[in-house]
Design a binder for this molecule. Structure first.
Ligand code: ADP
Ligand code: MG
Length: 278
């Protein structure tokens, strides 16, 4: 057995540094069967929108790996940079090691200081989810032209503006502009691919990182999976690209000062997974 170091055991994947062979020093991603969700009446309910691992779904890892492979290869064809190198088994992928977009705490002598571990980037074709909950003056389904937002990844994700990222010194303005375009370019490829199957991507979430080897370029890392995309089969755009099927599809609630929003035409993760598997 080649020597390997476990770098990270995440909610859904295990990441190893490869000890020998042609991929020495690169990372091996193992897509596990672990699934996140919540417990209801003592039983796990799997839901990618939740952050706690509640059990295993046999075959989930292999499906996620196949799905991610499909999209990483498609991006490569389109000249969009990612960490992807190769897929070596049903549930294993080789990737370039990358450093997440992060920042160590500047003044650890202050109690409560904490590092920025990672940034995540959401992008949206149409308004729903947390965008609508934050901005309920917007009509659900409105065309948001792939607006990109940055979030600090942690126990709870916190929105961080581009100005704050620049002021804090996490990224330069040039890097921010590059990242914004990169996320929109990936979003365009993914959206067009689903459109070719008569499906509409409502929004998505990506992770980016700086390549450890080479020039430290910022690329797409982690995965493209059903867990990071909201996809529906009822998109009816008007001439502005706003979805006008909202009346049949969207249901909102407002109780105890809390808003919820649901799309009836949204595909479940397992429905989505089947689409790119043949
Ligand atoms: N190319 C890469 N280099 C280093 N770390 C990566 C790379 N791609 C993804 N990661 C990190 O590896 C972890 C993957 O495991 P995952 O189960 O998705 O974790 P999480 O529970 O944090 O979502 C994530 O934390 C992700 O940020
Ligand atoms: Mg993850």
């Amino acid at each position: 057995m080649p020597e390997e170091k476990l770098i990270y055991g995440g909610k859904s994947k295990d990441v190893f540094e490869i000890g020998e062979g042609s991929y020495q020093g690169k990372y091996r991603f193992v897509f596990t069967d672990r699934g996140t969700g919540y417990i209801e009446n003592g039983k796990p309910v799997f839901d990618p929108g939740y952050d706690n691992v509640v059990g295993e779904i046999s075959g989930k890892g292999a499906v996620a790996c196949k799905f991610a492979t499909y999209f990483f290869r498609l991006l490569k064809e389109k000249g969009i940079p990612s960490h992807y190198i190769d897929t070596v088994s049903d549930n294993e992928m080789i990737v370039e090691p990358a450093t997440p977009l992060s920042m160590s705490e500047e003044a650890p002598q202050y109690e409560g200081s904490a590092p920025l571990l990672n940034l995540e980037f959401t992008w949206r074709n149409n308004a729903t989810g947390s965008f609508w909950r934050r901005y309920p003056f917007v009509k659900p389904g409105k065309n948001l032209h792939k607006v990109v937002e940055a979030w600090t990844k942690g126990d709870s994700d916190i929105l961080i503006t581009y100005e704050a990222l620049e002021a804090a010194g996490v990224m330069t303005r040039k890097e921010i502009d590059y990242v914004d375009k990169l996320v929109k370019d990936i979003a365009t490829v993914v959206s067009e691919e689903f459109a070719s199957k008569d499906l509409h991507v409502v929004d998505g979430k990506f992770e980016l990182g700086r390549l450890r080897d080479g020039d430290g370029k910022i690329v797409l890392i982690d995965e493209i999976s059903p867990d990071v995309l909201r996809v529906c089969n009822g998109y009816e755009p008007n001439d502005k690209g706003d979805c006008v099927a909202d009346g049949e599809c969207i249901e909102t609630k407002f109780a105890d000062d809390k808003r919820t929003i649901r799309g009836g035409y949204q595909l479940t993760a397992s429905e989505l997974e089947k689409i790119f598997l043949s």
